[in-house]
Write a protein that binds this ligand. Structure first.
Ligand SMILES: [Zn+2]
Length: 409
């Protein structure tokens, strides 16, 4: 083990010293027992047995110390959409220090997301702009009325918010966009808006209104498909053929990217196992946390990570897919524990089981361990779940019924 830093920092008192954990830093491809020292909100040292005084010491023996998680698919427009959670609260509870909100806001409502959510938050938030001009206010299929499609408004909203809005989002399900020509026109509009704005597009699938090869054909390198392991019809995996559709592998080779977005309906054990067994890991491991899945079946990003660990993916590869990979995609200086970086850190404990892990169809698996965010620091400052408290109950509940092809969510 080579200390990545050996200097004067050792004589400088640390503001925060995280001792004795196993450091996984995908930015240097390293997993090693080390201490992490923080000064002035930045990583000051990563090395075994750091000496020196510290204002706060965190004992991380038996835990993993990883970059603050970058959750590539969440909904954090609290109070303005039926789905919205509060970013700092789910960050504190789940180890995330940065988020991509995937289309909670459309052209009309992005300014509010920016002013009332993104700017006051401690966590860093980026937001895809929904091609539905109203975003995701209700559960009533936001594009069933095609008049809500807004190419010009979406382009203008992105143009005015380039620092926070890296792309466009469409939820491409029959219960949301309808079928046939109406559906195809919606996807065409989303691609057109992304093209005009010079950004990438995220397409949500499941009960997809046209064949997956036809959808993938219209996407461009850098575009992202989310809900890649959905057990719903219209997904990427053919369970009968025990593999991923050939068009999906071709799309990946052509530069299309694939996100998980576990959520309420989009992770099935058999689908996931089949995809992994056929050499189709996701590019991003994300939670799709929203009000309808935060109390299960998704629970938290560490819970989703545990499921991939259970399925045999090495933990280092999982961590890379929810830190460095999304940070790079979003242009965030995050997903790293290198000296000098902002001290976004998650201390992830391993709780011993037996634990029950559940997918979106209700199928349970029992395992001997589960990941849990024990401490979360954003720029060296603790995100404290006790201080932030629980969210206020909203008067409208989300249905707990399983999703169907034609139902509202
Ligand atoms: Zn989502």
């Amino acid at each position: 083990m080579t200390p990545s830093h050996e200097t004067s920092a050792c004589s400088t008192p640390f503001d925060l010293l995280i001792r004795g954990g196993t450091v996984i830093d995908p930015s240097v491809n390293k997993s090693t027992r080390a201490d992490v020292g923080v000064v002035d909100g930045r990583i000051a040292a990563v090395a075994p047995d750091l000496a020196g005084q510290a204002t706060e010491v965190v004992h991380a023996d038996g835990a993993y110390v990883v970059p603050g998680l970058v959750d590539f698919h969440v909904h954090v427009y609290w109070g303005a959409t039926v789905w919205g959670l509060e970013a700092d609260k789910i960050g504190a509870a789940g180890g995330s220090t940065a988020f991509l909100d995937t289309g909670s806001a459309g052209a009309i409502t992005l300014a509010g997301l920016r002013r009332y959510v993104i700017e006051p938050a401690s966590t860093r938030i980026r937001a895809l702009v929904n091609i539905c001009t109203a975003g995701l206010v209700t559960t009533l299929g936001e594009l069933r009325d095609p008049r809500y499609l807004d190419i010009d408004g979406t382009v203008r909203a992105i143009d005015a918010n380039r620092d926070i809005a890296p792309g466009v989002k469409i939820r491409y399900s029959e219960n949301i966009v309808g079928a046939g020509a109406q559906a195809r026109a919606a996807l065409d509009a989303a691609v057109e808006a992304a093209e005009q704005a010079g950004v990438w597009l995220m397409v949500h699938i499941g009960y997809t209104p046209e064949a997956i090869p036809d959808v993938l054909d219209r996407l461009r390198p850098g575009d992202v498909v989310t809900h890649s392991y959905t057990p719903l019809e219209g997904g990427l995996v053919d369970l009968d053929a025990r593999g991923v559709l050939p068009a999906v592998m071709e799309a990946r080779a052509a530069g299309i990217e694939f996100d998980i977005g576990h959520g309420k309906s989009s992770f099935g054990w058999e689908t996931a196992q089949t995809a992994l067994d056929s050499g189709f890991p996701p590019d991003y491991v994300s939670s799709d946390l929203h009000r309808g899945c935060v109390h299960g079946p998704a629970f938290s990003l560490p819970n989703v990570m545990t499921k991939f660990w259970f399925l045999g993916m090495p933990l280092e590869e999982i961590v890379a897919r929810c830190t460095l990979a999304p940070a790079r995609k979003l242009g965030l200086d995050a997903g790293t524990l290198r000296v000098g970086a902002e001290a976004d850190i998650a201390v992830v404990a391993v709780d011993e089981g037996p634990v029950t892990l559940v997918d979106c169809t209700g199928v349970q698996r029992t395992w001997d361990r589960e990941l849990r965010a024990a401490h979360t620091f954003r720029a060296g400052v603790r995100l404290d779940p006790d201080v932030l408290g629980p969210s206020e109950e909203l008067p409208v509940q989300l249905s707990s019924q399983p999703m169907t092809r034609d139902a509202d969510a």
